[in-house]
Design a binder for this molecule. Sequence first.
Ligand SMILES: C[S@@+](CC[C@H](N)C(=O)[O-])C[C@H]1O[C@@H](n2cnc3c(N)ncnc32)[C@H](O)[C@@H]1O
Length: 448
Amino acid sequence: MTETTVDPMAAAKAAIADKNWTEARRLLAPLVAENPRGAAAVLLARSELELGRPEVAAPLVAAFKAWRPRHVGARVLGARIHLASGSFDEAESEARAALELEPDHPAVPRLLERIAAGRAAAESERLVRLVDAQHVRARREGPTRELLAAARTLQRMRPGPDWTRDRLQATIAYFHHASDLRAALRNYDPHLIDISTRFDYIAWPRRIQQYVRGRSVLDVGCGFGGYGMGFLIAGTKSYTGLDPAMELDSSRAKNKRVRKWEDMGVTPRQIAEALPAIRLLQSSSEDTTFEETFDTIALHNVTEHLMSLDEVLRGLTRLCRRDSVVVFHHHNYYCWNGHHLAPNQPAQLDESDPRHQQVYDWRHIDLVPDLPEDHYIRTNLNRVRLDELREVTERYYEIERWDEVPSSPETLERLTPQVLDRVRGTVPDITERELSVNAVLAVARPKR
Ligand SMILES: C[S@@+](CC[C@H](N)C(=O)[O-])C[C@H]1O[C@@H](n2cnc3c(N)ncnc32)[C@H](O)[C@@H]1O
């Protein structure tokens, strides 16, 4: 019988190639105990780093480096370990030492970028902690120099691409987009910034940022009153939300990310009382008695609900100056999910559910003649056609932008010739375009 001896170093390297860090550690630990300055120490340090223990990895690599200071791999690993520990200066000095030893090292430039990003993130976290700790007192007593300096530094930072969902990035965006730093501090509210990211209230203001940043905004049909901070994060100077259905003393709010009603922990009345840049009014646009005008009037998924669309659009011209802009996002009734009921997407379709059976695959359009007068579709959706909407808009406004947003590919796949024929039985002149467009993003200016 021949006995095969397994080389533990070779086995450890194989485990590392498989990213089996625990196994690598098991194999390497005895080798390092025997010789702390050998190559096994570097491999063990790497494994410990991958296992999330940079503090264990650091002395291992240091012992090896003391013996072989010109080992580039050990320097790069040292830089990664320091980066993971948040020691950015040490990480940078190790990375630069590696570059001196090997100027074309392929991994070091990226590592230096990660170190710079880590340093900036740590600095912004520190500044945000400072602003969080001082902002309430600053409302009463005015900002300290330290607070103003922190806000100014945050203003100079650029938010990362995730500022609609990441709380830190959203806070940087809040200051970065602000035109008046003292006003930004006065209206700062970390809880609302957090809610805005978690409940998905920043995506819409971000999408129309060019029309809301640095401007006064009237949000017609603003819903339950939680969207103001989302607009402030995008740089809106002042926000007025208007909705007849807003309950000023209820903290119930729609979490758009999960499409569920949740508690936002604060009521519209409390928000408006605390933040001078946010005003919330329980009123319909027809009933308002504003004397003022707004730079921008926004309507998000409201135009499809207006039973007096013409009257509302005409009335809004009263609140515009010549250079004001009206921006609306219209959810098209004639698309797959234009009924606003379940299912919202084909993936949610349950053909055995009688409620789904009524409306799915454009059946909601055929259904209308048989519906009772008080059905949601009759009382809450005006069923305006796209060209009609454009025509009504053009009565009072010059259209500057009219983007027809297609429905998802999954819904478009379901638009078969049979479906088209069936729907034409109810609306003979309906076009494929009308059935496919999910939404319209329109930007319009009042006619002179
Ligand atoms: C689908 S919700 C949209 C809410 C919010 N904009 C959003 O995107 O989540 C439509 C809102 O329009 C409001 N609304 C309907 N008619 C209105 C009117 N004449 N003036 C102001 N708001 C109105 C409703 O009360 C409702 O809250």
